[in-house]
Design a protein around this ligand. Structure first.
Ligand code: HDD
Length: 718
């Protein structure tokens, strides 16, 4: 319940009472507005607090035998329907589908050499954060696993005010100047005449725009790569994308990019999995994040910065203010200086994840903007969009309000909550009340930047080069990643019915790589380009291929392992793998032909024991798991051999490059299911790994540990 204490006086108290940690501050602040629905003292009331004893029947003229007209007099009924009719607010015009979580940011190494920002210099702080992940193009109810960029928007509640970074999981963007944003988004969203397709770029308009708007070339190569189909929000990088600035106590300025790299590594689906999951579990990423945090498997990212001193701005062949370019890591290495952990799920989706409002313009002293023309325009757009989504007082909503004192002469407006006592509401005033902060009080000081130029609709020369980094990206990918790009482009252009679109795009690809262009053109039925368009410079750079991020220490922590059994399964093998998986913090799930108990070999129904499976084979799909393990047991395997769905689980797991484990009789079953004649399989108690299929024909106690260990390295769950 709301307390009357102003935040400013509450803050110091909270910092002391909550284990001395600052992350408690935002949580405690939110508690002021949180009610517990499950409190046994609760009774149904109207919005104005009057207890109700029937909210199921509208007040009406009726008898025991006959119903009659309803009465307008029933204010409580009208209030209930009225409130329901207005539950929806406009969904975000982009990034409508999202999931959020609270967390903590800790700095390990001070950046005081570059900035005076407390959040980037004070290594004793724990800064509370809220991070919202999202897809870009789909509506709020669309599927999580579509091919799309993912949003990575983070709000830091610092004692100096809120600092928002509104980033993505891809380090570059489609456009250089914010004025093009409506065009690129219109081209990607469902087409205007029939509102098809939902949450996809696989259509004429998107690719028509990509061809004509060459500055998007680098970015579309990223969206066709595995980065656009992440396995989990927990397994993708975050990038601030734009170039910001830092300024230090000496008044020196630096250009900066912000990067977050996940401890679990960067991993993706294969396209077929992503497509299927969009139907089988549209909430796959939302659920995955929620469950990980509920299970205390808190996702973590290393936080890093790339820094360029102000004087070096012009030393690169690309413009460092151009958001369609990366700063290659061999030229500007990332310095990892902190860690972000997500450790608390929201209490309520709407008031927190939906109402959170990020603004690129929200920076704190020591952090500033650059002349990046995308960022400058974004600084207008985010504030503006919140006005139509949430109204002018959006910053008062609990999830958005800072944890430090707020005072100024902005007043009134729809749904104002703050009650400001006082007889004046302007500055200067005769009381000297609420004066501007003195320099010693560390206010936000704008960097005195010298600017000169013409007033013109221009972009500088370097902004006009659009292909070098598209080539750099493609050249830097591993062979399998390059093939995935080819197939992705093949898929997307196959969905473009207009020949002008797929013909032109196939020619465009020759500006990046001739083999890529040829292969895609052949797939989509376009004229095959004969020669490379723009010469490929052949350069590569580190940090672009996601294979470089297997994880801080490669792990199967939180990976979902399906263990398939039927009656007569080998209990020792089953128990062994469950224990081994748990010991590695993986999540074993028992899957069987039915969800009533399954009995091990030698175990009778009458024993009343048996294992109750988590799911039956039809209730879930193999796509929802990272790995499949089949214990032996002659009867169990005989049953599974007769079950088409069981065969499909194993076969599909193999096709999706997942680690598969089998012991005892299950070895032959897996070989037959995957039609793997000729591949090496274990025939003894030695563990064999063949293309991620890990087998031991005879079981010895160490096999399970070994199996899990090999599965980790073998398929690496990429
Ligand atoms: Fe944006 C939302 C990321 C360019 C206008 N954007 C939004 C969100 C993310 C991004 C992650 C969702 C925030 C949330 O979870 O609430 N946007 C980016 C990145 C960009 C970018 C990384 C390029 C570097 N955006 C961009 C431009 C404009 C916008 C150039 C307009 C000129 N973006 C918006 C918006 C949204 C938004 C319309 C919709 C909802 C919102 O802001 O709060 O204002």
């Amino acid at each position: 319940m709301a307390s009357s204490a102003p935040i400013s006086t509450g803050l110091e108290k909270l910092q002391k009472t909550l284990d001395g940690t600052v992350e408690g501050v935002k949580v405690a602040d939110l508690r002021r507005d949180t009610k517990d629905y499950h409190d046994p003292k609760n009774r149904l009331t109207t919005d104005y607090g009057v207890k109700q004893n029937n909210t199921d029947d509208w007040l009406k003229v009726a008898t025991e035998d006959k119903t009659g007209p309803m009465l307008m007099e029933d204010h409580a009924a009208r209030e209930k329907i009225n409130r329901f009719d207005h539950e929806r607010i406009p969904e975000r015009v982009v990034h409508a589908r999202g999931s959020g979580a609270f967390g903590t940011f800790k700095l390990h190494k001070s950046l005081e050499q570059y900035t005076s920002a407390g959040v980037l210099t004070d290594t004793t702080r724990s800064t509370p954060t809220f991070l919202r992940f999202s897809t870009v193009l789909g509506s709020a109810g669309s599927a999580d696993t579509v091919r799309d960029v993912r949003g990575f928007a983070i709000k830091h509640y610092t004692p100096e005010g809120n600092w928002d970074v509104v980033g993505n999981n891809i380090p570059v963007f489609f456009i250089q100047d914010a004025i093009k944003f409506p065009d690129v988004i219109h081209a990607g969203k469902p087409e205007p005449h029939n509102a098809v397709p939902q949450a996809q770029t696989a259509h004429n308009n998107f690719w028509d725009f990509q061809f004509q708007h060459t500055e998007a070339t680098h970015m579309f190569m990223w969206t066709q790569s595995d980065r656009a189909i992440p396995r989990s929000y927990r397994m993708m990088q975050g990038f601030g994308v734009n170039t910001y600035t830092l300024s230090n106590a000496k008044g020196e300025r630096f250009f900066v990019k912000f990067i977050w790299t996940p401890h679990l590594g960067v991993h993706s689906f294969v396209w077929d999995e992503a497509l299927k999951l969009a139907g089988q579990d549209p909430d796959f990423h939302r659920r995955d994040l929620w469950e990980a945090i509920e299970n205390k498997a808190y996702p973590r990212w290393d936080f890093g910065v790339q820094i360029i001193p102000e004087g070096d701005e012009d030393k690169f062949e690309f413009d460092i203010l151009d958001a369609t370019k990366v700063w290659p890591e061999d030229l500007v290495p990332i310095q990892y200086v902190g860690e972000l952990e997500l450790n608390r799920n929201p209490d309520e989706y709407f008031t927190q994840t939906e109402q959170v409002a990020f603004c690129t313009g929200h920076v704190v002293p020591g952090i500033g903007f650059s002349d990046d023309p995308l960022l400058q325009g974004r600084n207008f757009s985010y504030q503006d969009t919140q006005l139509s989504r949430l109204g002018i007082n959006f910053q008062e909503l609990p999830i958005n309000r800072p944890v430090c004192p707020v005072m100024n002469n902005n007043r009134d407006g729809g749904m104002r909550h703050t009650i400001t006592k006082g007889t004046v509401n302007y500055w200067p005033n005769r009381f000297d009340a609420a004066p501007p902060a003195a320099v010693e009080e560390q206010p936000y000081i704008d960097y005195p930047q010298k600017v000169a130029g013409m007033k013109a609709r221009l972009r500088s020369k370097k902004f006009r080069e659009h292909f070098n980094q598209a080539q750099l990206f493609y050249n830097s990918l591993s062979l399998p990643e390059q093939m995935h790009v080819q197939f992705a482009l093949g898929f997307e252009l196959d969905h473009c019915e207009d020949p002008i679109v797929y013909e032109r795009m196939s020619q465009r690809l020759a500006d990046i790589d001739i083999n890529l262009a040829k292969n895609v053109a052949e797939l989509v039925g376009a004229k095959i380009p004969e020669q490379q368009g723009r010469p490929n410079h052949g350069k590569k750079a580190p940090g672009l291929s996601q294979t470089e991020f297997p994880g801080k220490t490669p792990t199967i922590e939180t990976r979902r392992i399906a263990i398939i059994i039927a009656d007569g399964y080998d209990a020792a093998a089953y128990n062994g793998i469950v224990a081994a998986a748990k010991a590695c913090s993986a999540l074993p799930y028992t899957i069987a032909p039915r969800r009533t108990p399954i009995y091990a070999a030698g175990e009778s129904k009458e024993s009343g024991k048996g294992v109750k499976p988590d799911h039956h084979l039809e209730g879930m799909r193999g796509t929802m798991f990272d790995s499949v393990f089949v214990p032996g047991g002659a009867d169990s395997i005989a049953t599974l051999r007769q079950n088409g769905r069981a065969l499909h689980w194993v076969r599909e797991a193999f096709a999706h490059l997942k680690a598969i484990g089998a012991v005892g009789e299950a070895v032959d079953f897996v070989r037959d299911a995957c039609e793997l004649e000729g591949m090496a399989f274990s025939t003894s108690d030695e563990v064999t790994d063949s293309y991620g299929v890990v087998t031991a024909a005879k079981v010895k106690p160490t096999s399970f540990k070994e199996t899990v260990k090999m599965a980790k390295g073998a398929a690496d769950f990429v």
